[in-house]
Design a protein around this ligand. Structure first.
Ligand code: UT7
Length: 336
Protein backbone atom coordinates (compact mmCIF):
# COMPACT_ATOMS: atom_id res chain seq x y z
CA UNK A 1 0.00 0.00 0.00
CA UNK A 2 1.36 3.45 -0.95
CA UNK A 3 1.96 5.69 2.05
CA UNK A 4 -0.26 8.77 2.17
CA UNK A 5 1.98 11.79 1.80
CA UNK A 6 1.28 15.50 2.16
CA UNK A 7 1.55 17.38 -1.12
CA UNK A 8 1.46 21.03 -2.07
CA UNK A 9 -1.56 21.37 -4.37
CA UNK A 10 -1.54 25.12 -4.96
CA UNK A 11 0.53 28.23 -4.34
CA UNK A 12 -0.17 31.93 -4.37
CA UNK A 13 1.61 35.12 -3.27
CA UNK A 14 0.99 38.80 -2.65
CA UNK A 15 3.60 41.56 -2.70
CA UNK A 16 3.18 45.28 -2.03
CA UNK A 17 3.47 47.65 -4.99
CA UNK A 18 6.18 49.96 -3.62
CA UNK A 19 9.68 49.13 -4.92
CA UNK A 20 12.59 50.24 -2.76
CA UNK A 21 15.46 50.33 -5.25
CA UNK A 22 19.20 50.35 -4.61
CA UNK A 23 19.21 53.88 -6.03
CA UNK A 24 16.76 55.04 -3.34
CA UNK A 25 18.81 53.30 -0.62
CA UNK A 26 21.83 55.27 -1.83
CA UNK A 27 19.97 58.41 -0.72
CA UNK A 28 19.23 56.94 2.72
CA UNK A 29 22.52 55.31 3.85
CA UNK A 30 26.17 55.21 2.79
CA UNK A 31 25.91 52.44 0.21
CA UNK A 32 25.88 51.95 -3.54
CA UNK A 33 24.17 49.81 -6.14
CA UNK A 34 27.40 48.06 -7.15
CA UNK A 35 28.20 46.98 -3.56
CA UNK A 36 24.67 45.72 -2.93
CA UNK A 37 24.47 43.76 -6.18
CA UNK A 38 27.94 42.22 -5.85
CA UNK A 39 27.60 41.28 -2.17
CA UNK A 40 23.94 40.18 -2.16
CA UNK A 41 22.47 40.00 -5.69
CA UNK A 42 19.61 42.35 -4.70
CA UNK A 43 18.32 45.14 -7.00
CA UNK A 44 15.06 46.07 -5.30
CA UNK A 45 12.62 44.97 -2.60
CA UNK A 46 8.91 45.55 -1.99
CA UNK A 47 7.77 47.64 0.99
CA UNK A 48 4.30 47.72 2.52
CA UNK A 49 3.50 51.39 3.03
CA UNK A 50 0.59 52.90 4.95
CA UNK A 51 -0.76 53.16 8.45
CA UNK A 52 -2.06 50.16 10.41
CA UNK A 53 -0.95 47.63 7.82
CA UNK A 54 0.75 44.47 9.01
CA UNK A 55 1.78 41.02 7.91
CA UNK A 56 -1.84 39.90 7.65
CA UNK A 57 -2.52 42.74 5.19
CA UNK A 58 -0.37 40.80 2.71
CA UNK A 59 -1.24 37.28 3.87
CA UNK A 60 -5.02 37.69 3.53
CA UNK A 61 -5.01 38.40 -0.23
CA UNK A 62 -2.40 35.64 -0.70
CA UNK A 63 -4.71 33.12 1.01
CA UNK A 64 -7.89 34.42 -0.65
CA UNK A 65 -6.22 34.08 -4.05
CA UNK A 66 -4.99 30.60 -3.18
CA UNK A 67 -8.51 29.43 -2.28
CA UNK A 68 -9.90 30.98 -5.45
CA UNK A 69 -7.35 29.39 -7.76
CA UNK A 70 -7.62 25.95 -6.15
CA UNK A 71 -11.42 26.14 -5.99
CA UNK A 72 -11.49 25.32 -2.26
CA UNK A 73 -14.15 26.84 0.00
CA UNK A 74 -12.82 28.67 3.09
CA UNK A 75 -14.96 26.48 5.35
CA UNK A 76 -13.24 23.33 4.04
CA UNK A 77 -9.83 24.31 5.46
CA UNK A 78 -8.97 22.34 8.62
CA UNK A 79 -5.81 24.13 9.72
CA UNK A 80 -3.84 27.28 8.89
CA UNK A 81 -0.24 27.70 10.01
CA UNK A 82 1.47 31.06 9.61
CA UNK A 83 5.27 31.26 9.66
CA UNK A 84 6.30 34.80 10.56
CA UNK A 85 8.74 36.82 12.68
CA UNK A 86 6.69 39.99 12.24
CA UNK A 87 3.26 39.12 13.66
CA UNK A 88 0.60 41.84 13.45
CA UNK A 89 0.67 41.95 17.28
CA UNK A 90 2.51 40.13 20.09
CA UNK A 91 -0.72 38.15 20.45
CA UNK A 92 -3.05 36.76 19.22
CA UNK A 93 -1.35 34.70 16.51
CA UNK A 94 -1.39 36.30 13.07
CA UNK A 95 -2.67 32.93 11.81
CA UNK A 96 -5.90 33.56 13.76
CA UNK A 97 -6.31 37.00 12.21
CA UNK A 98 -5.77 35.59 8.71
CA UNK A 99 -8.20 32.72 9.32
CA UNK A 100 -10.86 35.13 10.54
CA UNK A 101 -10.43 37.56 7.65
CA UNK A 102 -10.45 34.74 5.07
CA UNK A 103 -13.54 33.06 6.56
CA UNK A 104 -11.80 29.82 7.60
CA UNK A 105 -14.56 29.18 10.11
CA UNK A 106 -13.70 25.50 10.68
CA UNK A 107 -9.92 25.85 10.90
CA UNK A 108 -7.74 26.04 13.94
CA UNK A 109 -4.61 28.08 13.46
CA UNK A 110 -1.29 28.99 15.01
CA UNK A 111 1.98 30.77 14.24
CA UNK A 112 5.47 29.33 13.93
CA UNK A 113 8.47 31.51 14.67
CA UNK A 114 11.58 29.95 13.18
CA UNK A 115 12.89 33.04 11.37
CA UNK A 116 13.91 32.37 7.77
CA UNK A 117 13.40 28.60 8.16
CA UNK A 118 9.82 29.10 9.37
CA UNK A 119 8.18 28.23 6.08
CA UNK A 120 9.89 24.84 5.74
CA UNK A 121 9.23 24.09 9.42
CA UNK A 122 5.55 24.96 8.89
CA UNK A 123 5.28 22.79 5.74
CA UNK A 124 6.77 19.89 7.70
CA UNK A 125 4.39 20.44 10.62
CA UNK A 126 1.41 20.59 8.24
CA UNK A 127 2.59 17.35 6.62
CA UNK A 128 2.58 15.56 9.99
CA UNK A 129 -1.08 16.49 10.54
CA UNK A 130 -1.96 15.27 7.04
CA UNK A 131 0.08 12.05 7.17
CA UNK A 132 -1.54 11.16 10.50
CA UNK A 133 -4.92 11.36 8.79
CA UNK A 134 -6.10 14.06 11.20
CA UNK A 135 -6.51 16.84 8.60
CA UNK A 136 -7.12 16.93 4.85
CA UNK A 137 -6.77 20.56 3.85
CA UNK A 138 -4.08 22.70 5.41
CA UNK A 139 -2.96 26.20 4.41
CA UNK A 140 0.65 27.16 5.16
CA UNK A 141 1.45 30.87 5.03
CA UNK A 142 4.93 32.39 4.96
CA UNK A 143 4.69 36.14 5.44
CA UNK A 144 6.72 38.99 6.84
CA UNK A 145 6.59 42.74 6.94
CA UNK A 146 10.34 43.01 7.54
CA UNK A 147 10.23 46.78 6.99
CA UNK A 148 8.50 47.03 10.40
CA UNK A 149 11.66 45.83 12.22
CA UNK A 150 14.39 47.22 9.97
CA UNK A 151 16.49 50.22 10.92
CA UNK A 152 16.75 52.33 7.76
CA UNK A 153 19.86 54.03 9.14
CA UNK A 154 21.73 50.68 9.37
CA UNK A 155 23.33 49.91 6.01
CA UNK A 156 24.21 46.35 7.06
CA UNK A 157 20.57 45.28 7.29
CA UNK A 158 18.36 47.77 5.44
CA UNK A 159 19.72 46.79 2.05
CA UNK A 160 18.73 43.14 2.48
CA UNK A 161 15.14 42.84 3.63
CA UNK A 162 11.73 43.27 1.99
CA UNK A 163 8.04 42.51 2.56
CA UNK A 164 5.96 39.71 1.02
CA UNK A 165 3.46 36.93 1.69
CA UNK A 166 3.01 33.51 0.16
CA UNK A 167 0.65 30.63 0.84
CA UNK A 168 0.41 26.99 -0.17
CA UNK A 169 -2.42 24.49 0.10
CA UNK A 170 -1.43 21.02 1.31
CA UNK A 171 -3.53 17.89 0.85
CA UNK A 172 -3.12 14.10 1.11
CA UNK A 173 -1.53 12.38 -1.89
CA UNK A 174 -1.66 8.63 -2.58
CA UNK A 175 0.44 8.70 -5.77
CA UNK A 176 3.80 8.90 -3.98
CA UNK A 177 4.13 12.68 -4.41
CA UNK A 178 4.50 15.27 -1.66
CA UNK A 179 6.93 15.67 1.24
CA UNK A 180 9.29 12.69 1.06
CA UNK A 181 11.94 13.63 3.62
CA UNK A 182 12.96 16.46 5.89
CA UNK A 183 15.97 17.43 7.98
CA UNK A 184 15.47 20.38 10.33
CA UNK A 185 17.87 21.89 12.86
CA UNK A 186 18.11 24.60 15.50
CA UNK A 187 21.06 25.96 17.47
CA UNK A 188 20.11 28.58 20.04
CA UNK A 189 23.76 29.52 20.51
CA UNK A 190 23.39 31.41 17.22
CA UNK A 191 20.91 33.86 18.80
CA UNK A 192 23.73 36.23 19.73
CA UNK A 193 24.47 36.90 16.06
CA UNK A 194 20.93 37.63 14.86
CA UNK A 195 18.06 38.85 16.99
CA UNK A 196 15.78 41.73 17.97
CA UNK A 197 16.92 43.01 21.36
CA UNK A 198 13.72 44.56 22.71
CA UNK A 199 9.98 44.14 22.50
CA UNK A 200 9.82 40.69 24.08
CA UNK A 201 9.26 39.78 27.73
CA UNK A 202 12.94 40.18 28.61
CA UNK A 203 13.15 43.80 27.45
CA UNK A 204 9.65 45.19 27.00
CA UNK A 205 9.34 48.50 25.18
CA UNK A 206 10.48 51.56 27.14
CA UNK A 207 11.68 55.01 26.11
CA UNK A 208 15.19 53.67 26.68
CA UNK A 209 14.79 50.69 24.31
CA UNK A 210 13.26 52.90 21.62
CA UNK A 211 16.00 55.52 21.97
CA UNK A 212 18.64 52.77 21.72
CA UNK A 213 17.00 51.50 18.49
CA UNK A 214 16.57 48.04 20.01
CA UNK A 215 13.31 47.22 18.24
CA UNK A 216 15.12 46.54 14.99
CA UNK A 217 16.92 43.51 13.56
CA UNK A 218 20.41 43.18 15.01
CA UNK A 219 22.62 41.15 12.67
CA UNK A 220 26.32 40.37 12.67
CA UNK A 221 26.28 39.83 8.92
CA UNK A 222 29.63 38.15 8.41
CA UNK A 223 29.12 35.66 11.29
CA UNK A 224 25.63 34.74 10.04
CA UNK A 225 26.94 34.44 6.48
CA UNK A 226 29.61 31.92 7.57
CA UNK A 227 27.09 29.68 9.37
CA UNK A 228 24.53 30.03 6.57
CA UNK A 229 26.91 29.00 3.80
CA UNK A 230 28.11 25.91 5.64
CA UNK A 231 24.81 24.74 7.08
CA UNK A 232 22.54 25.29 4.07
CA UNK A 233 25.00 23.43 1.85
CA UNK A 234 25.54 20.64 4.42
CA UNK A 235 21.86 19.98 5.06
CA UNK A 236 21.02 20.01 1.34
CA UNK A 237 23.79 17.49 0.68
CA UNK A 238 22.62 15.27 3.56
CA UNK A 239 19.08 15.10 2.20
CA UNK A 240 20.33 14.34 -1.33
CA UNK A 241 22.56 11.50 -0.16
CA UNK A 242 19.97 9.98 2.18
CA UNK A 243 17.50 9.79 -0.72
CA UNK A 244 20.08 8.61 -3.28
CA UNK A 245 19.57 11.74 -5.37
CA UNK A 246 22.20 12.95 -7.82
CA UNK A 247 22.20 16.42 -9.36
CA UNK A 248 20.57 14.91 -12.47
CA UNK A 249 17.61 13.70 -10.43
CA UNK A 250 16.83 17.16 -9.07
CA UNK A 251 14.55 19.47 -11.07
CA UNK A 252 15.07 22.54 -8.86
CA UNK A 253 16.70 23.79 -5.69
CA UNK A 254 14.26 26.16 -3.96
CA UNK A 255 16.54 28.13 -1.65
CA UNK A 256 15.71 30.74 0.95
CA UNK A 257 16.77 34.03 -0.68
CA UNK A 258 19.08 35.69 1.87
CA UNK A 259 22.14 36.33 -0.24
CA UNK A 260 22.95 35.14 -3.77
CA UNK A 261 26.40 34.06 -2.61
CA UNK A 262 24.85 31.67 -0.03
CA UNK A 263 22.56 30.26 -2.73
CA UNK A 264 25.47 29.80 -5.16
CA UNK A 265 27.52 27.97 -2.52
CA UNK A 266 24.61 25.60 -1.80
CA UNK A 267 23.98 24.94 -5.49
CA UNK A 268 27.70 24.30 -6.09
CA UNK A 269 27.88 21.77 -3.29
CA UNK A 270 24.84 20.00 -4.75
CA UNK A 271 26.42 20.04 -8.22
CA UNK A 272 23.49 21.97 -9.70
CA UNK A 273 23.72 24.24 -12.73
CA UNK A 274 22.16 27.73 -12.67
CA UNK A 275 18.98 26.73 -14.55
CA UNK A 276 18.09 24.37 -11.70
CA UNK A 277 18.17 27.06 -9.04
CA UNK A 278 15.14 29.23 -8.33
CA UNK A 279 16.46 32.75 -7.88
CA UNK A 280 14.43 35.94 -7.54
CA UNK A 281 16.35 37.73 -4.76
CA UNK A 282 17.10 40.56 -7.23
CA UNK A 283 13.39 41.52 -7.28
CA UNK A 284 12.37 40.99 -3.66
CA UNK A 285 15.44 40.80 -1.39
CA UNK A 286 15.15 38.69 1.73
CA UNK A 287 11.46 38.49 2.67
CA UNK A 288 12.21 35.98 5.50
CA UNK A 289 9.23 33.57 5.48
CA UNK A 290 8.05 34.77 2.09
CA UNK A 291 11.06 33.74 -0.01
CA UNK A 292 10.30 30.08 -0.72
CA UNK A 293 6.61 30.48 -1.64
CA UNK A 294 7.60 33.48 -3.83
CA UNK A 295 9.93 31.14 -5.75
CA UNK A 296 7.41 28.29 -5.96
CA UNK A 297 4.74 30.64 -7.30
CA UNK A 298 7.01 32.20 -9.92
CA UNK A 299 8.23 28.80 -11.15
CA UNK A 300 4.82 27.08 -10.83
CA UNK A 301 4.11 27.14 -14.60
CA UNK A 302 7.33 25.19 -15.24
CA UNK A 303 6.88 22.57 -12.51
CA UNK A 304 5.78 19.09 -13.52
CA UNK A 305 4.16 16.29 -11.59
CA UNK A 306 6.89 14.09 -10.12
CA UNK A 307 9.62 16.78 -10.23
CA UNK A 308 12.14 16.39 -7.40
CA UNK A 309 12.57 19.65 -5.47
CA UNK A 310 14.93 20.43 -2.61
CA UNK A 311 13.74 23.31 -0.42
CA UNK A 312 16.53 24.68 1.74
CA UNK A 313 16.72 27.49 4.29
CA UNK A 314 18.85 29.09 6.98
CA UNK A 315 17.88 31.77 9.46
CA UNK A 316 17.94 33.39 12.87
CA UNK A 317 17.89 31.16 15.86
CA UNK A 318 19.93 29.67 14.31
CA UNK A 319 17.49 27.51 12.35
CA UNK A 320 18.17 25.61 9.16
CA UNK A 321 16.96 22.65 7.18
CA UNK A 322 16.03 21.05 3.89
CA UNK A 323 12.96 19.28 2.49
CA UNK A 324 12.75 16.76 -0.32
CA UNK A 325 9.43 17.22 -2.14
CA UNK A 326 8.06 15.37 -5.15
CA UNK A 327 5.89 17.99 -6.88
CA UNK A 328 2.29 16.81 -7.22
CA UNK A 329 0.87 18.61 -10.27
CA UNK A 330 1.63 20.06 -13.69
CA UNK A 331 1.91 23.80 -13.13
CA UNK A 332 1.32 24.59 -16.81
CA UNK A 333 -2.35 23.59 -16.39
CA UNK A 334 -2.93 26.12 -13.60
CA UNK A 335 -3.74 29.81 -14.11
CA UNK A 336 -1.65 31.85 -11.68
O1 UT7 B 1 18.07 35.49 6.27
C1 UT7 B 1 18.87 34.63 6.99
C2 UT7 B 1 19.94 35.22 7.78
N1 UT7 B 1 20.71 36.26 7.16
C3 UT7 B 1 21.67 36.01 6.26
O2 UT7 B 1 21.86 34.91 5.79
C4 UT7 B 1 22.58 37.16 5.90
C5 UT7 B 1 24.00 36.73 5.91
N2 UT7 B 1 24.96 37.81 5.72
C6 UT7 B 1 25.10 38.49 4.57
O3 UT7 B 1 24.35 38.30 3.64
C7 UT7 B 1 26.28 39.42 4.43
O4 UT7 B 1 27.14 39.22 5.53
C8 UT7 B 1 25.91 40.92 4.33
C9 UT7 B 1 25.24 41.20 3.01
C10 UT7 B 1 25.03 41.34 5.47
C11 UT7 B 1 27.18 41.77 4.40
O5 UT7 B 1 28.08 41.37 3.37
P1 UT7 B 1 29.59 40.99 3.70
O6 UT7 B 1 30.22 40.64 2.43
O7 UT7 B 1 29.58 39.93 4.78
O8 UT7 B 1 30.15 42.33 4.23
P2 UT7 B 1 30.86 42.66 5.63
O9 UT7 B 1 29.83 42.79 6.72
O10 UT7 B 1 32.01 41.71 5.85
O11 UT7 B 1 31.43 44.09 5.33
C12 UT7 B 1 32.46 44.30 4.34
C13 UT7 B 1 32.66 45.80 4.17
C14 UT7 B 1 32.81 46.54 5.49
O12 UT7 B 1 33.70 47.61 5.28
P3 UT7 B 1 35.23 47.51 5.76
O13 UT7 B 1 35.17 47.25 7.24
O14 UT7 B 1 35.80 46.36 4.99
O15 UT7 B 1 35.79 48.84 5.38
C15 UT7 B 1 31.43 47.09 5.74
O16 UT7 B 1 31.44 48.22 6.58
O17 UT7 B 1 31.50 46.37 3.54
C16 UT7 B 1 30.98 47.44 4.34
N3 UT7 B 1 29.53 47.46 4.19
C17 UT7 B 1 28.92 48.15 3.22
N4 UT7 B 1 29.39 48.93 2.23
C18 UT7 B 1 28.48 49.49 1.39
C19 UT7 B 1 28.60 46.82 4.94
N5 UT7 B 1 27.38 47.10 4.47
C20 UT7 B 1 27.55 47.91 3.40
C21 UT7 B 1 26.65 48.54 2.51
N6 UT7 B 1 27.17 49.30 1.52
N7 UT7 B 1 25.32 48.36 2.59
Amino acid sequence: MTKTRAAITGVNTWVPEYRLTNAELETMVDTNDEWIQTRTGIQERRILKGKDKGTSTMAVPAVNGLLEKTGIKPEDIDLLICATVTPDMQFPATANIISNKCGLVNAFSFDINAACSGFIDAVTTAAMYIESGRYKKVVVVGADKMSSIIDYTDRQTCIIFGDAAGAVLMEPNDEGNGLIDHQLHTDGAGAVHLHQKAGGSMRPATHETVDAREHYVYQEGAAVFKFAVTNMADVSEVIMKRNNLTADDIAYLVPHQANKRIIDATANRMGLSEEKVMLNIMKYGNTTNGTIPLCLHEWEPKLKKGDNLILSAFGGGFTWGALYIKWAYDGSTISS
